[in-house]
Design a protein around this ligand. Structure first.
Ligand code: OGA
Ligand code: MN
Length: 306
């Protein structure tokens, strides 16, 4: 290890989130990586401050956790990054200027303000997300993270039993309709690109064995149940799981890299004045090894898949 002292881990909340001191992600080595990964499985969210990363540095660190997911461009006409494994999370257009009020990408960005977990609408969901900030808004624009393990743990025992076998159908259309997209705007191209996907309602974390609720704004309905009733239950559980006691709010500085484990957390972007301020971030995302229903069935769990 090149660092004179091992990285220090400072918890930021009683159950979720920790800041890592003493690691330069541009030069991180395997021994440091082991310590970082161990802390990550425990805390669910890690914050690194004062980083100076080129896209290839972020890619290199992200790949230490496994294969990356390719970005899907729904609305950007031109990409800022050469690598298709980096997603542009910004309010800046191809001309380098703020996205105009009627820009389609600006409307898509609104979806990130709903509580969600990345990529649950994909057959194989996103596993880890790493978001690096180069420009931040002077006020607003926090990112909030909810601990879905703690939320699960706070359910009464009967509900834990009731939810154990449930499967939820997720779709990108479900989250985007909540921010005003209509079927006609949400064109066939996206529908074909992103057919709905089923995921377990209760996930078991591979590294820690802990159970968590697996919800998201993309969660549409429970398989085998009435759509409206199951939608009401999903809404209720998202509200329950995102009470302040389960939430860490991150206030960004330029140079922050924040990473989260999509298997056991939810997150959302908070509003800021996007017609006045630039907020420029880039995300790399590692992909899970399989669909969560397939994994659970393979592990011998009984699920209501129909
Ligand atoms: C994301 C996301 C939140 C934010 O990049 O997946 O939801 O605060 N970002 O920008
Ligand atoms: Mn997200």
């Amino acid at each position: 290890m090149s660092a004179a002292r091992p990285p220090e881990i400072e918890p930021l909340h009683p159950t979720i989130g920790a800041r890592v001191h003493g690691v330069n992600l541009a030069t991180i080595e395997p021994a440091e990586f082991e310590l970082v990964a161990k802390a990550f499985w425990i805390h669910g969210v890690l914050v690194f401050k004062g980083q100076d990363l080129q896209p290839e540095d972020q890619l290199r660190f992200s790949r230490m956790f496994g294969p990356l997911q390719k970005r899907t461009s729904y609305a950007r006409e031109k990409e800022r990054f050469a690598s298709d494994e980096i997603a542009d999370i910004s309010n800046i257009g191809p001309d380098g200027q703020l996205l105009k009020p009627d820009d389609r990408q600006r409307a898509m960005n609104l979806g990130d303000r709903l509580w969600h977990t990345d990529g649950t609408f994909q057959q194989i969901p996103s596993m880890l997300s790493l978001l690096y900030a180069t420009e931040v808004a002077p006020e607003g624009g926090n990112t909030e993270f909810a601990d879905m393990r703690a939320a699960y743990g706070a359910l009464d025992e009967q509900r834990k039993r009731d939810f154990e076998e449930l499967v939820i159908t997720h779709s990108i259309y479900r989250s985007r309709e909540q921010v005003g997209f209509t079927e006609s705007q949400f064109n066939d191209h996206i529908a074909a690109l992103r057919p709905p996907a089923n995921q377990v309602m209760v996930r078991v974390h591979e590294q820690t064995g802990r159970r968590s609720l697996y919800l998201a704004s993309h969660a549409s309905h429970i398989v085998g149940q009435d759509v409206e009733r199951s939608r009401a239950l999903i809404q209720e559980l998202i509200a329950f799981a995102t009470q302040p006691r389960f939430v860490y709010a991150h206030r960004w500085d330029a140079g922050d890299l924040v990473m989260w484990d999509n298997r056991c957390t939810m997150h959302r972007a908070r509003p800021f004045d996007d017609q006045r301020h630039r907020r420029v971030m880039q995300r790399t995302t590692s992909i899970d090894s399989a669909n969560s229903v397939d994994k659970a069935l393979r592990a011998g769990r009984k699920l209501r898949t129909a």
